[in-house]
Ligand binder design. Structure first.
Ligand SMILES: [Zn+2]
Length: 473
């Protein structure tokens, strides 16, 4: 974690349909410093994880060189986006870096975010997280998977599936952040700098981000006393310590990667449109602004604010500017789907699915649209699309929900039950998983892959249930 937010979880702002006033980031930092630190132990907050194809693709691409430089494998490390508008990032076991959406929104460049992530990778390689993935799960009583909540799935009115995931997520207590020692922070800063240099990525963003944190500290008078309370070095010391290493590298003056920076601006606009209260997003991106970023932000803001026609017009402007851009086609399809026009959504969503090489999140929205047409002729394609999606993404309960629906509608209750079992085991609902898996076993031909899968779930969920019972005694 970076800056004063380090050991101090902020209150989670869980956005309901009704617009809430979003306090400026700086203010929230103060609130955090003043209040949250004192009550760290008591703050068990609900958090949700945002899934978005475009954001994930960008984060994967821009962190892969850093992960490699850290001696880890990009396929093993996940960068997970937490729906939280405070500036923070953390690790909590396993090879997962959690980044608050607020960090992406506040960063000036993708390069700054790379600095943040390089630092967090240093915590992973430094072995600073004493809790194993499992330990973390037990500490929080919830698996990360159960908090997964897609940008798409949620907006699409995921209904039962979305609500279920949300309820599970609200029990989560990622609020228990791990506090690291000064020593660990200093060595992590050094590791982060090393990874940036080795990856040939300029450390300017890293230093800039620290400076922003420093200004916030200065402005709100986070004194040495508070710093001591935080058990955290002040940013000025940290900046001085890493600046030398970074500035001496040939990477320091390397120009920023324009592809990442451009994609980052899009992601920022999208997050603003999706996460800010619509009125505030429209203030930040007024109609007079005709950049693609502004269209993007407004498409989401109008969509969430309940102006489907205006949202569609913004999406049309995006698609007109780049007719084959899968993410522009995705938002266009999503808007149409949620405006109750699933038939019209099929074209853009099919193109988005193809154009993203079957990105599982986009494919799930496409599958949802195919089912929503209530046209039997579309069900086989829906099945195919959704089966591919669940095979490629093991953190998407909503895809299983959709797949179960299409099995149900095509008269295959056993496989519908298997889909329910998959979804339930993913969200930690062992009872439903066990019951559904047993039902599936009775109806699926023996020794087929689906039957074997049902048996696996029946067994593991049964075991988890027994363990839960033992613990309660
Ligand atoms: Zn840290």
């Amino acid at each position: 974690m970076l800056g004063p937010a380090h050991a101090c979880p902020l209150p989670i702002v869980f956005r309901a349909a009704a617009p809430v006033t979003r306090r400026p980031l700086a203010l929230r930092l103060v609130a955090m410093a003043a209040l949250a630190c004192a009550f760290t132990a008591q703050t068990a907050q609900a958090q949700s994880i945002l899934r978005d194809a475009e954001t994930e693709s960008l984060l994967n691409d821009m962190t892969a060189p850093l992960i490699t430089a850290a001696g880890l494998r990009p396929s093993d490390v996940k960068v997970v986006l937490v729906n939280d508008d405070s500036i923070n990032a953390f690790v909590a076991g396993g090879q997962i870096v959690y980044v608050h959406s607020g960090t992406l929104q506040a960063a000036k460049t993708a390069n700054e975010v790379q600095g943040v992530i390089a630092h967090e990778l240093g915590h992973i390689t430094g072995g600073h997280v004493s809790l194993s993935g499992r330990g973390f799960q037990e500490a929080t009583g919830i698996s990360i998977l159960s908090m997964v909540l897609g940008l798409a799935a949620m907006a699409a009115g995921a209904g039962e599936a979305g609500a279920g995931v949300l309820a599970a997520g609200q029990q989560a207590a990622i609020g228990k952040y791990l506090a690291f020692s000064r020593q660990q922070e200093a060595s992590t800063d050094a590791a982060g700098a090393k990874y940036l240099n080795a990856a040939g990525i300029s450390g300017k963003g890293y230093v800039n981000f620290f400076k922003t944190m420093q200004q916030l500290e200065y402005r709100y008078g986070i004194t040495r006393k508070v710093e001591f309370m935080l058990d955290h070095p002040v940013s000025s010391e940290r900046v001085a310590a890493i600046s030398e290493t970074l500035e001496s590298s040939p990477a320091w003056n390397k120009p920023l990667n324009q592809d990442w920076e451009e994609r980052f601006k899009r992601v920022q606009a999208k997050l603003d449109g999706y996460l800010l209260p619509p009125a505030q997003a429209l203030q930040k991106y007024p109609e007079t602004m005709q950049t693609s970023y502004a269209h993007y932000a407004r498409a989401y803001a109008y969509h969430r604010g309940g102006y489907p026609q205006k949202a569609e017009a913004e999406a049309d402007a995006l698609v007109a500017s780049k007719p084959t851009d899968p993410y522009f086609l995705e938002i266009k399809g999503q808007i149409l789907l949620e405006a109750g026009k699933p038939q019209e959504a099929l074209g853009p969503l099919r193109a988005a699915t193809d154009g993203s090489r079957n990105n599982p999140l986009i494919a799930t929205t496409f599958g949802h649209a195919l089912i929503a047409t209530e046209d039997k002729a579309n069900y086989d394609e829906a099945k195919r699309v959704l089966r591919t999606a669940v095979a490629r993404d093991d953190q998407n309960p909503f895809a299983w929900y959709q797949l179960g629906t299409v099995y149900e509608r095509t008269g295959d209750p056993a496989r519908a039950a298997l889909a329910t079992a998959e979804r339930a085991s993913m969200t930690g609902d062992h009872r439903t998983a066990a019951v559904s898996a047993r039902y599936a076993l009775a109806g699926i031909p023996k020794n087929t892959p689906d039957w074997i899968r049902a048996q696996d779930i029946a067994m593991t969920s049964g075991n988890s249930l027994d363990n839960d019972k033992k613990k309660r005694k």
